[in-house]
Design a protein around this ligand. Structure first.
Ligand code: ADP
Ligand code: MG
Length: 226
């Protein structure tokens, strides 16, 4: 028996652009099981980010259902959903999005402060997270003092700070060279082998190969699964 973390059932997303409807998602059915590592691939504009935003409860579908641990997210109030999203879902972006004026360790601690974790836990947990991404020595550095690959590792540690049940990554290696990209994939591989559920967008097939399953998209639809 597998546990389903996230499920999209016949999900449609139609953006209204003035006179026109842009059907970004056209009937997506996808279940993400616990401890899976899934890559989503497809050409630019096919709906990958829109789908990941649905999985991450960042957006609501025009039609269809999004289930988080078997509960329809439309049952939650806006506040409840924001809290659940902040705690249960970790997000990593192509551009890292670290706060430039905070040290790396303060960046990692920020989500725990927002979610009012006990101050006594925050110090220890953030040091652990730094070690997990192999940057113990860099806690007092500022993001601009790190390489792109190191900044992305800090962003991963920050995404894990609240103990999410799923990590979502939108082109996490898109701004990195091959070597730094494969180091990020080594981190993902290790986290996944320890049980973390990961869904990652990439249009690099070499990067997609690190995942246990590849979902291919075209024109707002899933066209292939391996
Ligand atoms: P991908 O991540 O695969 O490049 P996106 O999910 O970003 O694709 O976009 C899918 C389609 O939806 C594209 O045609 C894009 O222009 C459109 N789209 C995305 N976001 C918006 C938005 N906020 N408003 C209007 N159209 C959008
Ligand atoms: Mg995108």
């Amino acid at each position: 028996m597998m546990d389903t973390v996230m499920e999209l059932q016949d999900v449609w997303k139609i953006y209204r652009m003035g006179e026109f409807d842009v059907p970004a998602l056209q009937g997506i059915d996808l279940a993400i099981e616990a401890s899976e590592f899934v890559a989503i691939t497809g050409p630019s504009g096919c709906g990958k980010s829109t789908m990941l935003n649905m999985i991450g409860c960042m957006d609501v579908p025009t039609r269809g259902k999004v289930l988080l641990e078997d509960r329809n997210i439309s049952e939650f109030s806006g506040n409840e959903l924001a809290r659940i999203r902040g705690k249960k879902i970790g997000f990593v972006f192509q551009t890292f999005n670290l706060y430039p004026t905070l040290t790396t360790i303060a960046n990692i601690q920020l989500p725990m402060r927002i979610h009012e974790f006990p101050e006594s836990d925050i110090e220890e947990a953030s040091k652990k997270l730094l070690a997990i991404v192999g940057l113990t020595e860099r806690g007092s550095h500022f993001p601009s003092q790190l390489s792109g690959g190191q900044q992305q590792r800090i962003a991963i540690a920050r995404a894990l700070a609240t103990g999410p049940s799923i990590l979502l990554a939108d082109e996490p290696t898109g701004n990195l060279d091959t070597k730094a990209g494969s180091e990020i994939m080594d981190v993902f591989k290790r986290l996944n082998s320890e049980g973390l559920t990961i869904v990652m967008i990439t249009h690099d097939m070499k990067i997609a190969e690190y995942a246990g399953r590849v979902v291919k998209m075209l024109d707002g639809r899933i066209v292939g699964k391996t």
